[in-house]
Structures are given as structure tokens and as C-alpha cells.
Design a protein around this ligand. Structure first.
Ligand code: ZN
Length: 368
């Protein structure tokens, strides 16, 4: 190696970049959990309605029950829920993309002095396209998942009826088929200052914040930014609690999420939107290559292990050669659900240059 002053380095090795990215990633994780809780609540309401409707019909019609018409009733209820859930999906992906794009640009700017984040067609595409069914709308995709689950429930009910089960036995049978809800995981918070400052009054002075102008372009409209901050804060200020003294104490301890197809798809879509936002930032800021950073331990998947430390350009070559049969075609992390890998931009830095002096902490940045 020569003594060239300019060189490319993995940005996660720059403490200031890493700190900002770590905080942003934790905030993103919290947003995902908050939205999973929202999805679970909405689904739980629907499942309660299903159960009531089925038990009512059985108690009226007994063994002459027409299960086809019961199923039709459930699918009609699914229509409304699918609309609501689809809007949560779209808002969530929008927030994930915008936060990921703008936080990545800000993190780059903190090293390079300047960076940009502009609106793009990709934001629209990402927010409106289900990853696992790109040709479907979110509404039709979610309706399909709900109808599928309703069919499973009806199957169970039919089995219960022919075996002469009582109403409460059939109720238990339905509960077993429905997704089990577990306590929501906790993520260390990065925005404590923000939450305490705004309190019950809601947005406070958040609506006046804007991007640091010398670092990045102010393109995000107030609505999206507020949605982003709200998505993050939600667990602090649940609307249904009226006693302000309880506000910050119980956090999300009584919140539950369920792991079934719908929630998994939200996670999948969310992770994809975060990655797309980061890639968008790389493109807008002339980052040609990124490094794949894996957490290497006994849980690391093979597909992440060989990628660890490689540039996206190197991974691309590997996928055409030695690893052409790899289960994933990702060249930028993460590769799959529960993948703990990250992508770090490969930045050209001048060793003799001072870092820009106007760096902000993540929470300050989001607040401003
Ligand atoms: Zn991974």
C-alpha cells in the first residue's frame, strides 16, 4: 500500500458515522415494532368479530349451519380490515424509506460535509408495492391473507361441529387456529429527550423542524416527517391512556404482536424499504460501492457469512461465479428476514481533512 492521502473506507469504521447510523437503525427498529403492534391490534379486532359471528351463527342454526355463508360473512368483514391494514403498510414503508434515505444522507454529510436527499420515483414504488407479490396491491394481498386464514378457521369449525363439540370447545378451537400474540420486544430508545419534551400535547414544536440546510435538501413535507416522528413515539403516548402520570412508565409492556404471515410480510416490506432508502441515498450521493457487514456468530446464515466484508461489486461478481446457486440475490444487506447484516457506504475520505464541525446527534437531528 502506498501513502496515498485519499482512500476508500467502510464508513462504519468512522465513529461519528457509526453512532448516527446505530441510532437511526434503533429508531427504525422501534418504528417497525410500533407498527407491528398497530397491525396486531387491528387484526385482533377483526378476529374477535369473526369469533363472535361464528359462535352466534352456530348457536342459532346448530348443526344445520351453512358454513359457506359464514365464510362469506367473514370475507366481507375482511374487506374493511384489509383497507385499514393496507394503509398501515403503505405509511410504514413510506416512513421507513424516507427515514432511511434521509438518515443515511445525514450520516454521509457528517463525514463528507455535504450530502443530498431528494424525492424520487422509488419512494412511490416502494410504498405501493408488496415485496412478496409485486403485481398485487397491498389491499388485495392483505385481503387474500385474511381470507386464507378465515378458511382455516372455517375448516376447524366444521371439524368441531361434526364431532359434536360445545360452543366453548369450538371457541377454543378457533383461538388455537388464530395467530398467537406475544409481548412486543423492547428496543433501547434513542429519543428520550424528544418524547419527554413533547409530552401529551402531541406535536409541540416539532412541526417547525427542518433539515440542516447545508447538509441536505429539505424535501420531506411536514406530514411525512410528523408521521415518522409519531410512528417512533407511539409507544410513549398511547392515545387510550388518560392518566398522564402513567404515560412514560408502562411503555409497551402490555402490547402484543403475533408472528403470522401478515406481520412477517410487514417486516419483510419494512426491511426492503429501509434498504431501498439507503441505496437511494448511495445513488444520490455518488456512493458507488458499499460494504457488507455481518454479525458473525453461530446464528449467521451461510449466505451472509461469505458476503461479510465484501463490496457490493465483489458480491455481484461472486453471484455470477462461485456463488451462482446462492439462496439470495442481494448485493446490499440485509439478505433476508431476521438478517442482522448492514450495508456501509464505501466513502472516499481525505486523511488530512478535519471532519465537518457541525455534526448533530440523531435525536437532535430528528427534532430539528
Ligand atoms: Zn445477514
Amino acid at each position: 500500500m502506498g501513502k496515498a492521502k485519499k482512500k476508500f473506507i467502510n464508513a462504519l469504521k468512522i465513529p461519528r458515522y457509526k453512532k448516527f447510523r446505530d441510532d437511526a437503525d434503533r429508531a427504525l427498529e422501534q418504528i417497525l415494532i410500533n407498527r407491528q403492534i398497530e397491525i396486531s391490534r387491528e387484526a385482533a379486532l377483526l378476529f374477535d368479530a369473526w369469533t363472535r359471528s361464528i359462535l352466534m351463527d352456530i348457536s342459532i342454526a346448530q348443526h344445520r349451519i351453512n358454513l359457506v355463508s359464514v365464510y362469506e360473512k367473514l370475507t366481507r368483514e375482511n374487506e374493511d380490515s384489509a383497507k385499514k391494514l393496507a394503509s398501515i403498510f403503505t405509511r410504514t414503508k413510506r416512513v421507513a424509506f424516507v427515514l432511511s434515505l434521509s438518515a443515511e444522507s445525514e450520516a454521509i454529510a457528517q463525514v463528507k460535509g455535504t450530502a443530498q436527499a431528494k424525492p424520487s420515483q422509488r419512494l412511490f414504488d416502494v410504498s405501493n408495492t408488496p415485496r412478496l407479490a409485486p403485481l398485487a396491491s397491498f389491499e388485495s394481498r392483505i385481503k387474500y391473507l385474511l381470507d386464507k386464514l378465515a378458511r382455516k378457521v372455517i375448516d376447524g369449525v366444521q371439524l368441531g361441529i361434526i364431532q359434536g363439540e360445545t360452543l366453548s370447545e369450538i371457541k377454543r378451537r378457533i383461538e388455537k387456529i388464530l395467530p398467537e400474540r406475544k409481548p412486543a420486544p423492547k428496543v433501547p430508545r434513542v429519543l428520550t429527550k424528544l418524547a419527554e419534551a413533547t409530552g401529551m400535547s402531541g406535536r409541540g414544536d416539532l412541526s417547525t423542524r427542518q433539515f440542516k440546510k447545508d447538509l441536505s435538501t429539505n424535501f420531506i413535507d411536514d406530514g411525512t416527517w410528523d408521521d415518522m416522528v409519531d410512528a417512533y413515539k407511539k409507544a410513549y403516548v398511547p392515545e387510550f391512556r388518560s392518566d398522564p402520570r402513567r404515560m412514560y412508565t408502562s411503555e409497551a409492556s402490555d402490547e402484543k404482536i403475533a408472528a403470522w404471515e401478515l406481520e412477517n410480510e410487514l417486516t419483510e416490506d419494512f426491511i426492503g424499504a429501509v434498504r431501498d432508502g439507503q441505496v437511494e441515498s448511495f445513488e444520490q450521493n455518488g456512493v458507488d460501492d458499499s460494504v457488507w457487514i455481518a454479525i458473525v456468530d453461530s446464528h449467521t446464515d451461510d449466505c451472509c457469512l461469505w458476503r461479510d466484508g465484501l463490496l457490493s461489486s465483489e458480491i455481484e461478481k461472486e453471484l455470477q461465479g462461485n456463488h451462482s446457486d446462492d439462496e439470495s440475490d442481494a448485493i446490499v444487506a440485509p439478505a433476508h428476514i431476521k438478517c442482522r447484516c448492514r450495508a456501509a457506504p464505501s466513502l472516499e475520505v481525505n486523511n488530512n481533512e478535519e471532519l465537518p464541525s457541525n455534526a448533530m446527534e440523531f435525536s437532535e437531528w430528528l427534532e430539528n
